[in-house]
Design a protein around this ligand. Sequence first.
Ligand code: ZN
Length: 148
Amino acid sequence: MVPPVQPRKLAKVPFVELADGRLQGVVSSGSDIGRVYVSSIAAGTHNYNCSTNNNRPCGGLYGSPCKHLRALVAEAVVQYGADRVARYLRVEVPEGEELADCLGGAHEPAPAAVVFSRFLRHLAYLEVPDTTLPIPELHWFPATGTVS
Ligand SMILES: [Zn+2]
C-alpha cells in the first residue's frame, strides 16, 4: 500500500483500496464499536453497495449513498488524492464540487466477504513496529477489550 497523501484517520476507515474495479473498504460504525461496514463503489457505473461484514444490508442506503460510502470516498481522497480516485472511478468532478456528489450510480448488491477478507489479510501483513503505542487499525476489534 502506498503511503497516504495526507495522514488518515484509521479508526474511522481502517481500510480503503482501489482494486477489482472498485473503490472499496471497511468503515467503522458510528454508533457501535463492534460493527463495521464494507462499502464499495464500482468504477464506471458508480453503482454502490454497503453492508455489514455479515452481509446484512446497511440501513442508510435509501436511494442514495449512505454516510459510510461518503466516509469511504473522503478517505480514498486522503489516501490516494482526488485526481487518482476520480480517474479510477471515471467520474468528472467539476471545479469546486465534491467527488462524492458527482457519482450517479444506484444500489447494486455486492459480496462483502471478499473485501472483508482482503482487509483481514491487509491487517495480517501490516508490519508492527516495536512500540507500545496502540495500533489504530486494530482499534475497532472488540476483542482488544480496551473500550474506553
Ligand atoms: Zn452504509
